[in-house]
Design a protein around this ligand. Structure first.
Ligand SMILES: Nc1nc2c(ncn2[C@@H]2O[C@H](COP(=O)(O)OP(=O)(O)OP(=O)(O)O)[C@@H](O)[C@H]2O)c(=O)[nH]1
Length: 302
């Protein structure tokens, strides 16, 4: 049986995206909430010396927030790939090499265990040395470096802050949208951090990125259909030659099925023909590592 082509944007949906309606075929999010969060954040950004940009290691490209470069201008920035425990060591090496080739040196971290956090702490403090040297020249007293932690919802910003602080101060939970307010937190005499709510671009036109964000639950208060997003995950696993993981987990082989067909098939085999529940379960299994550590993106070829 030939594989079915994946669903494409229909013209009406494309037109809505072009008109600036915040929508993608699968994912819909709420501009009011975003605008409010962004305004508050931009007000604070002028006070910030260094930016810690956190991305999800499972989707290092899709979790790039397109507005961050414009927001931070020339401020120093540390790139952090968090959730590195959720990808394989090989995938991690591939991505580090790719970023290095782009002139970036990402810090790899695990917000749950604190691995990699000390290096970030030191780098953020080091960025402040120049700032205080300049202040000294102007006859001003030194002050702690002010850093902001920025990234999509649920990428692990608060977990990283808690690890930096060695205690739980920032609310962190396994669902997006936990951090609601901007808050300055003093980490040490040399470092203050601004914990910001996860920020979503008001206008994400790349539907592939939106789907990956939804698969990883990095999309905040968005509405989407679990069944279709799970089908997209199956298609992605197939493209990454990772379909055997589905067989291992569910004893149901993908074969030549499309993602959508697989969900229906799996629902029949394992979930009393409940397609929605099957989609939800598959997404949950991926997010809880029941399918094993997997990076959903490969570094682009040079
Ligand atoms: N496996 C794993 N889980 C992590 C990691 N970092 C954070 N988490 C978990 O992911 C969930 C979300 O983390 P948060 O720190 O709340 O994420 P956030 O970016 O602050 O989320 P918002 O408040 O929505 O912006 C929590 O359950 C964390 O324990 C990591 O590196 N690996």
């Amino acid at each position: 049986m030939p594989r079915k082509p994946k669903s494409e944007l229909d013209l009406d949906q494309l037109a809505r995206i072009e008109r600036g309606v915040v929508a993608t075929p699968l994912i819909q999010w709420y501009p009011g909430h975003i605008a409010k969060a962004e305004k508050a954040l931009q007000e604070q950004l002028s006070r910030v010396d260094v930016v810690l940009e956190v991305r999800d290691a499972r989707i290092p490209l899709a979790s790039f927030h397109p507005q961050i470069p414009a927001w931070i201008g020339t401020k120093p920035r540390l790139l952090i790939l968090n959730r590195v425990d959720m990808i394989s060591p090989w995938e991690r090496e591939q991505w580090q090499a790719w970023f290095r080739a782009q002139g970036e040196s990402p810090y790899c971290a695990n917000g749950q265990t604190g691995d990699g956090v000390m290096a970030i702490f030191k780098a953020a403090q080091a960025a402040g040395v120049t700032i205080n040297e300049r202040r000294k020249l102007r006859g001003m007293n030194p002050r702690p470096v002010r850093a902001v932690v920025l990234g999509f919802p649920n990428v692990g910003k608060s977990a990283l802050i808690n690890r930096l602080l060695k205690r739980k101060i920032a609310a962190s939970a396994a669902r997006p949208g936990v951090t609601r307010q901007l808050r300055w937190i003093r980490i040490s005499d040399q470092l203050e951090l601004l914990d910001a709510p996860g920020v979503l671009p008001a206008n994400l036109k790349d539907q592939n990125a939106a789907i990956k964000l939804a698969i990883c639950d990095d999309i905040g208060e968005a509405a989407y259909d679990n069944q279709r997003v799970a089908a997209a995950l199956v298609d992605l696993l197939q493209d990454l030659n990772q379909a055997p993981r589905l067989l291992n987990r569910y004893q149901a082989s993908l074969g030549e099925r499309s993602g959508e067909e697989y969900i229906v098939y799996l629902a029949t085999q394992r979930f009393q023909k409940d397609n929605e529940r099957t989609g939800r379960q598959l997404l949950q299994d991926f997010r809880r590592l029941a399918l094993g550590p997997i990076c959903l993106e490969r570094p682009p070829s040079p």
